[in-house]
Design a protein around this ligand. Structure first.
Ligand SMILES: Cc1cc2nc3c(=O)[nH]c(=O)nc-3n(C[C@H](O)[C@H](O)[C@H](O)COP(=O)(O)O)c2cc1C
Length: 219
């Protein structure tokens, strides 16, 4: 059951030195590729990284968190702001069967077209989309007995850029465009040892309600 998988998944930060089979990597990437997004906008890119030098560089970008360089593979998850350009987004809308007039209408409504609300909104909306794909990939990984951890503490446009040189080096190595923002790195690998840890979460009744905040669910 999917809920069992969700309960079992936990962030794993120590990995065995063992390659993940390509067919499993492919399945994990497909899970992200097939994730839902706002009007199917798909403002994202996913880069599979296995090269050690690239992993080392990405480790540096991520406050030197050791699991980034020790993971068997990484998936660099990118918010592609160009995904909202009239060309790219327009292409997607055309594929949905929309005519020119309908597409122009979408481009004139701020709620549907974040570009009208400025760069921050474009970034925020892009991050929103990428997040779904990340969850899908982590769960597919777990299904395949591949452990993972999300790395969000990294230098980027949405957090902080402390080392311009390093960011430039990473962008060059990954062949990123000016519209590509690394949002998350997913570390992947097989846990060094099986650890049983209880999931620590806020009280269920403090975050889940029935009909309105303050009213808990009785079933
Ligand atoms: C957006 C986001 C960013 C995160 N960034 C990091 C990170 O930089 N390094 C890390 O080791 N874990 C990171 N995590 C993992 C969380 O610490 C972890 O999911 C949380 O403590 C809950 O534990 P669990 O995943 O084992 O259920 C991040 C998780 C999310 C959702």
């Amino acid at each position: 059951m999917l809920l069992d998988l969700i309960k079992e998944r936990k962030s794993v930060r120590e990995y065995q030195d063992k390659k993940i089979p390509n067919e499993d990597l492919k399945k994990i990437l497909q899970a992200g590729y097939l994730a839902p997004s706002w009007m199917n906008s798909q403002p994202w890119k996913f880069i599979l990284v296995e090269n050690q030098e690239t992993k080392d560089l990405l480790c540096e970008l991520s406050s030197n968190q050791p699991h980034v360089k020790n993971a068997s593979a990484l998936i660099v998850c990118i918010a592609d702001k160009n995904g909202w350009s009239k060309e790219e987004f327009g292409e997607v809308l055309k594929k949905r069967g929309m005519n020119e007039a309908g597409i122009e209408k979408i481009f004139s409504i701020p709620m549907f077209y974040p570009v009208l609300l400025g760069d921050n909104t474009v970034l925020m909306r892009s991050v929103e989309q990428v997040t779904y794909a990340i969850s899908y990939m982590m769960l597919e990984a777990k299904e395949l007995k591949v452990d993972s951890c999300i790395i969000g503490a990294l230098q980027n446009e949405a957090t902080v850029i402390k080392n311009e040189e390093l960011v430039k080096k990473v962008n060059e190595r990954l062949n990123l465009s000016k519209d590509d923002v690394i949002i998350t790195i997913i570390t992947l690998g097989y846990a060094k040892e099986e650890t049983k840890t209880e999931k620590q979460r806020k009280d269920y009744n403090k975050v889940v309600y029935y009909e309105k905040v303050g009213q808990n669910i009785s079933f």
